[in-house]
Ligand binder design. Structure first.
Ligand SMILES: [Zn+2]
Length: 269
């Protein structure tokens, strides 16, 4: 089943605001190599995208809001698609519009919110839709006129190369956005993964019941057990104090094993 539907958050806990497009184009073509396409609006605000938001992408990234217009895996109306010739929109699994102005010189959005949201969309596209993170072309555009259907990048790698394209690299189209966006320099923070830890319930000095982790995070139960029963480790003093707390919590029945989402680099191998 191809994934579909709207999401509540991008990776990194970035909230997503739903603004569904009335005009629908059905599913993307999942037989085509997985690809994404990025645009800039060349405006300072959220575009209307025409009647029924016909031209809407999957996501629009504003300066403090991310809007979702279409379910994941649903075709967008963002690209020009001539009768005959290439399919365009249907061959992209995801598209976004960044509220920004492109430049021909290498650029990144000045707002950290936008940089983080773009990196998060890159991760989402890879995890949910299989789109490789890399820009299909070098980030810096070639010399010559970009805003023409004759720009050479439009005529070789699409649609067979998997990864990310700028609008400027799609056939039948003559827009030059995303210019020389430094796509490959947008990096998400560490991946969030499931991990296990011992957690204890305790009473605060003010008398409130709280819970806290009393072990490092581990990828699975065998590693967690080894930590609890094998009395050696790289940081023996700290470990012994934690194990002491674990023992006290166990004998007073205040401990359990909890699953938590944590950054990959916090999990003990
Ligand atoms: Zn565009």
């Amino acid at each position: 089943m191809p994934p579909s539907g709207f999401i509540r958050k991008l990776p990194g806990e970035i909230k997503v605001t739903h603004r569904p497009a009335e005009k629908q184009f059905g599913d993307v073509n999942f037989d085509s190599p997985p690809k994404g396409c990025g645009h800039t609006t060349e405006t300072t605000g959220l575009p209307s995208y025409g009647r029924g938001q016909t031209d809407a992408p999957t996501f629009t990234i504003g300066t403090d809001t991310v809007w979702q217009h279409r379910g994941l895996g649903k075709s967008c109306g963002t690209l020009r698609n001539l009768a005959g010739g290439h399919e365009t929109n249907r061959l992209f699994r995801i598209q976004f519009e960044l509220i920004a102005f492109s430049t021909r010189e290498p650029w990144l959005p000045s707002s950290s919110f936008q940089r983080e949201a773009l990196a998060a969309i890159k991760e989402l596209a890879r995890d949910e839709l299989g789109v490789p993170r890399k820009h299909v072309w070098p980030d810096k555009q070639d010399d010559g006129i970009l805003a023409t259907t004759a720009y050479p990048r439009r005529h070789s790698r699409f649609p067979n190369a998997a990864g990310w394209y700028g609008h400027v690299e799609v056939p039948e189209n003559d827009h030059w956005d995303w210019g020389s966006l430094r796509w490959n320099d947008l990096n998400a923070g560490p991946q969030m993964v499931d991990a296990l830890a011992f957690v204890e319930r305790f009473r605060t000095p003010a008398g409130r019941m709280r819970s806290r982790e009393i072990s490092p995070f581990f990828a699975g139960k065998p590693a967690l057990r080894d930590w609890a029963v094998v009395p050696d480790g790289p940081n023996a003093d700290n470990m012994d104090e934690l194990r002491g707390r674990l023992f006290n919590a166990m004998i007073s029945n205040r401990v359990w094993v909890a699953k938590r989402k944590v950054p990959e680099n916090k999990v003990v191998a």
